[in-house]
Design a protein around this ligand. Structure first.
Ligand SMILES: [Zn+2]
Length: 466
């Protein structure tokens, strides 16, 4: 039974989807004004683990992950280069997906961009203006926190003495201020000034928070299951998302909230000024593999701080290497027929431990420990009495299951693929000798699916990749 910590209730809760067998989830994505750093990727890799584990548990997942392609920094940088914001963000969007894919993340079902959802934002702001949750001041539109008494229910920040006087406002678009009260939903933009969009309440551009309310509800409905993101987004961004969405619909916005903790470098907060700021590409260029970076990012449960060190990264590099070698060793092991009760029990235990760890607030550290325990035991068997055929299948099957969630074993080695193909080619030859043409054709199709083309020559059958 999957349980995890819901920031909204501050409790571990059993996961109960709104709709049987289905999960609708939203994760705040990157602002595409620069390369994403490894702290961002810690959250995004967790998002990937979350979606994969929900699928592992049998749910059909709809995962929405937005790109923030408009904000003050983007506008400023684009203006400085005298190009449009689209021209400015295009390469960063491309780099982002390259890094995202390289880290082994599955692409979410929907990856909307803020600038493509302005009409949805305008519709929410209109509702908020109609029902008194928003007001106009100097041409801009602000959210009236005094009209939403539940404000603060996610972050539990106390606002006594601050909430009254709703017209006083602090622009929190860059979320630097701690004392955030009314915040901008729509910022006035003068005639001819870009970027700007026409709205019934005047030409302007959206504040940051409104985009996530608009894009999540557009694709997931007014109420959905899980909203996740970095801890730094809890306040004010997520608090404001709730205020906007629930203020507009009068319904619960997201049932569960999950926040990923910070990543520190050598126990210090990562920052450009301290010279300890790393993007995925920085590490990649230093020769570290994407698999090792992924392993390190997921090795600590998401609600605990992760202390990133190069020693740790080197350790992750040798760990993933060991895991890959282990899978190869198991594949190539000479096996005898049958099964060994102790080995079979070890495999079952590892699978059970893996699942119970993940069920316990996505405890990836304990899930990894279950995998390493199995590796140790099977290595002992390989070095001693040897593996039995059924147990080998069970171990490889278990690795497949672990990796459907974690993605740390990496792609299969081509040598082993070659061996599999050789075996299939041989089996097809044998089937033809036995005049079992049905089986022979079946194997030819199977190989075609793997992109393998067979050629009958006078020296026998040759195969090549398409
Ligand atoms: Zn967001």
């Amino acid at each position: 039974m999957l349980k995890f910590f819901n920031t909204l209730s501050r409790q571990q809760e059993e996961f109960q989807p709104l709709e049987e067998g289905k999960v609708r989830m939203y994760i705040c994505g990157p602002t595409v004004w620069n390369f994403a750093h490894i702290g961002n990727f810690r959250t995004f890799v967790f998002g990937d683990i979350l979606r994969r584990y929900l699928k592992f548990k049998g749910y059909q997942v709809t995962h929405v992950f937005n790109l923030t392609d408009i904000d003050d920094r983007i506008i400023k940088e684009a203006a400085a280069r005298n190009i449009s914001i689209d021209e400015f963000t295009a390469p960063y969007i491309q780099y982002f997906w390259e890094d995202f894919d390289a880290l082994g993340n599955e692409r979410p079902e929907v990856t909307p961009r803020a600038t493509h959802h302005i009409p949805e934002m305008i519709a929410i702001i209109e509702k908020l203006l109609e029902n008194g949750h928003a007001y106009e001041s100097d041409g801009s539109i602000y959210y009236r926190i005094a009209a939403f008494p539940e404000y603060g229910k996610l972050s539990r920040i106390k606002f006594e003495g601050n909430i009254a006087g709703g017209s006083e406002r602090v622009d929190t678009d860059k979320y630097e201020k701690e004392d955030a009260r009314d915040f901008a939903l729509w910022k006035l933009v003068g005639e001819g000034e870009e970027p700007g969009w026409d709205a019934p309440f005047g030409r302007g551009r959206p504040g940051w928070h409104i985009e996530c309310s608009a894009m999540s509800m557009r694709y997931l409905g007014e109420t959905f299951d899980i909203h996740a993101g970095g801890q730094d987004l809890q306040f004010p961004h997520h608090e404001n998302e709730i205020a906007q969405s629930e203020g507009a619909t009068g319904k619960l916005f997201s049932k569960y909230w999950i926040h990923s903790e910070f990543l520190k470098i050598d126990d210090v907060t990562m920052s450009k000024s301290k010279g300890n700021f790393f993007t995925f590409r920085d590490l990649w260029e230093q020769g570290y593999s994407a698999l090792a970076i992924r392993y390190l990012l997921l090795s600590v449960p998401t609600r605990k701080q992760l202390n990133f060190t190069f020693e740790g990264l080197k350790g992750a590099e040798s760990t993933v290497e060991r895991l890959r070698n282990f899978r190869q060793l198991v594949k190539e092991a000479k096996v005898s027929d049958g099964t060994d009760a102790n080995v079979a029990a070890a495999v079952s235990k590892a699978l059970a431990d893996f699942e119970s760890s993940m069920d316990d607030d996505f405890n990836t550290a304990a899930a990894l420990a279950a995998i390493h325990d199995l590796v140790r035991e099977i290595n002992t068997v390989l070095a001693g009495p040897g593996l039995k055929s059924e147990d080998r299948e069970a171990v490889l099957n278990a690795i497949g299951k672990f990796d459907s969630v974690l993605g740390i074993f990496g792609p299969e080695d081509s040598e082993s693929l070659d061996a599999e193909i050789e075996a299939l080619v041989e089996e097809r030859q044998a089937a033809r000798r036995d005049r079992n043409f049905a089986r022979s054709d079946e194997i030819r199709d199977l190989l075609a699916e793997k992109g393998i083309v067979l050629e009958d020559t006078k020296d026998g059958v040759r195969w090549k990749r398409k």
